[in-house]
Each structure stands twice: as structure tokens, then as C-alpha cells.
Design a binder for this molecule. Structure first.
Ligand code: GLN
Length: 191
């Protein structure tokens, strides 16, 4: 069985570990380069992308994470999606620059800072609607040709497949529905 690492510098990494356990996979927390080298795939969780960016540099993980993403699957949720995007807006911010997409931080405004949506018409197993928890979420403003949009909310992409990689602007680890995690696990097992 492959091991999925969960970047555990900041944010809701523990919930991802629980979600992978429910999906039948082994997860391990990653805080060091050695731990990163020991996993087959990585999740970058939700949290505060600015803080995570600082901690990545502090712990010498920035370049190793870029190298990891060049070879292995990475799944970014919310702040994790921001850190993987090639271009970040509101305000512009550095990133690992892994995916050809533009993302705008905190894009739902104050009133809608956190909300739960039920997504229909998604491209996941089974057509049951998908509960999506948005917390100070970003909006993906542009998806390059390498991205395939799997789900939208108000017309904006919220779940995008980038071949080896996957991004969600919501928090699939906070619901009991394992379909998004299972989708990522299929990418991991296929390698
Ligand atoms: N607002 C956060 C950021 O810009 C992301 C929020 C989240 O990950 N839930 O980094």
C-alpha cells in the first residue's frame, strides 16, 4: 500500500489524515525533507497560505516540495490550491508554481466567507450531490489546458484534475463523503 503524506506545517492536516483512513489509505504527517522523501504522494491542506509559505521556507521545504511535485501526485485543498497555482491574486503572492491556473484568494467576500454548497453535475463516481464546505475560499479564475474541471460552483471551477495532481477550493476532508479522496488515491495507486 502506498503512503500519502499530509503536509503538517499549519492548517487542518489532521482532518485529511482521518479522511484518508476512511478511504482505506495510509497517511503520514510531513514536516521535514526526510519525511517528504518517504511518501508516495502529498496533500497540502487548507489553512493560511501566507503562513504555510513562510513555514515552507523556514523548514527548507520550498525547493524540495517543487521537486516532489515535478515527479509525484499532489492534492491541494483551499490554501493548498493557492500554493500550487502558477498565479495568485488578491494580493499577488509567491507559490510553488506547479499548476497552470490563476487563483484569487478570499474571493467570496466577507458575508460569504464560509458556506456549504451542494454540488450537482460533478464528474465524480455516482451522481449523488457533493457537499462542499468553503472556508475563506479562493476562486479559480483561469484553468490552463492541462486542467480538467470536475465540479463548479456558481459557474466557477472548484475541483480540477491536472493529471497527476488534483485541486479543490473547498474542504472534502470535513465531510464523510470520501469520493474526492478516493479520486486522488486512484491517481496515487496508478503510479
Ligand atoms: N484564506 C486562506 C488563504 O488565503 C485559505 C483558506 C482555507 O484554506 N480554508 O490562504
Amino acid at each position: 500500500m502506498k503512503t500519502v503524506g499530509v503536509l503538517a506545517l499549519q492548517g487542518d492536516f489532521e482532518a485529511h489524515a482521518g479522511a484518508f483512513a476512511r478511504a482505506g489509505a495510509r497517511a503520514a504527517e510531513v514536516r521535514t525533507v526526510e519525511q517528504l522523501e518517504a511518501v508516495d504522494a502529498l496533500v497540502i491542506p487548507g489553512g493560511e497560505s501566507t503562513t504555510m509559505l513562510k513555514l515552507m521556507s523556514y523548514y527548507g521545504l520550498f525547493e524540495p516540495l517543487k521537486a516532489f511535485a515535478a515527479a509525484k501526485p499532489v492534492f491541494g485543498t483551499c490554501a493548498g490550491a493557492i500554493l500550487l497555482a502558477g498565479e495568485v491574486l488578491n494580493p499577488p503572492q509567491a507559490s510553488l508554481n506547479v499548476l497552470d491556473m490563476t487563483i484569487e484568494r478570499n474571493a467570496y467576500g466577507r458575508q460569504l466567507a464560509s458556506h456549504v454548497a451542494r454540488l450537482r453535475g460533478h464528474a465524480l463516481d455516482g451522481d449523488a450531490e457533493l457537499e462542499a464546505v468553503f472556508i475563506r475560499a479562493p476562486i479559480i479564475r483561469r484553468v490552463g489546458d492541462s486542467g480538467k474541471i470536475l465540479a463548479t460552483h456558481n459557474g466557477d471551477p472548484v475541483l480540477v484534475d491536472f493529471g497527476r495532481h488534483l485541486v479543490a477550493t473547498f474542504h472534502p476532508e470535513l465531510t464523510q463523503d470520501s469520493r474526492v479522496h478516493k479520486l486522488f488515491l486512484r491517481k496515487v495507486e496508478a503510479r
